[in-house]
Design a binder for this molecule. Sequence first.
Ligand code: AN7
Length: 373
Amino acid sequence: MAKRWRNPFGAKRPASHQWRGVLNEYADRLDVTSKTPIISLGEGGTPLIYSPSLSARTGAKVYVKFEGMNPTGSFKDRGMTMAISKAVEHGAKAVICASTGNTSASAAAYAAYAGITAAVLVPEGKISMGKLSQAVAHDAQILQLQGNFDDCLDIARELADNYPIHLVNSVNNDRIEGQKTAAFEIVDVLGRAPDFHFIPVGNAGNYTAYHRGYREEIARGVTSVLPRMFGFQAEGSAPLVNGAPINNPETIATAIRIGKPASWDLAIAAHADSNGYFGAISDADILAAQKVLAAEVGVFAEPASAISVAGLLERAEAGVIPKDALCVLTVTGHGLKDPQWGLKRADGSEVSPLVVPVNADEIASVLGMSKGH
Ligand code: AN7
């Protein structure tokens, strides 16, 4: 039974091969056995992009880990391949999650591949259209709760505690385990861990996962550097910065509109261990950073993901980042998840591309060019 999920190439790598997903690539560092079905869409192996522009702006050496390149367009796939594989290993026929959008899209896709049911609880009217569209397309049972994300998670936990349904939020340690592989990839590529790691924070599961991954790389002896974990929340939704949960989080970055981070204690421990930092960023600065990332790096990210860039620029401005420090920014989700923001100028007005006649000379003049080469 388990056999049909296994990679046809087995453990041996053919000379030319494609990335085989994080469970296959890092089987030796995850709780994966011959009994574990590999429910994979080829997640992980995402680009680590050096940015001359962000490096010039900050004086640091800046790399962007573009997690929008995962199968469903966000980092959630790394954790979901692990969580769904383990759920199926243990006989689950149905999974449930609460979500601000990306977790639901990912759970829906991996459950579809596994042939099991996914139920997702999302805050009514507060998730982006791209994410809702994904969950619908993958045939999840979508329930819009008349509450916020934190209410969704409370209900999802209650259902998993009392009914035959398996919880795949990041309170499930399998999710964190899968997500730590992003840190492995970074160390694989750079040959060492970075000095600073910048990352958006909602439930703080990913912040926790990277720290764990880096700690394990140190334990393996492949790097001696423990990156300082710099996490960022939206100003109206910044419980870890404020030091207390909040009841009514608000931000345009709906992915991180979370008032009671599920991984609070783990994140506090990772913060302390890494001499880390939690900072708050205004919605205006998030959108400005999204623009910088798209226009200067060539990476289109959803607003929540751009907070890593905003955080880097803010900390560099504050004088905290030494010259030539090695910095990695996680860009957690693709801009196409929530494309409306790409169509706005910094002042919030809509961009409407110019309409031109079918005439090359007129178009050249609009582009400010005169004839010649
Ligand atoms: C793009 O999908 O919580 O701090 O339910 O979608 O590990 O929660 C999403 C979170 C950052 C925050 N960037 O990560 C969900 C959900 C994006 C996200 C985060 C999320 P965590």
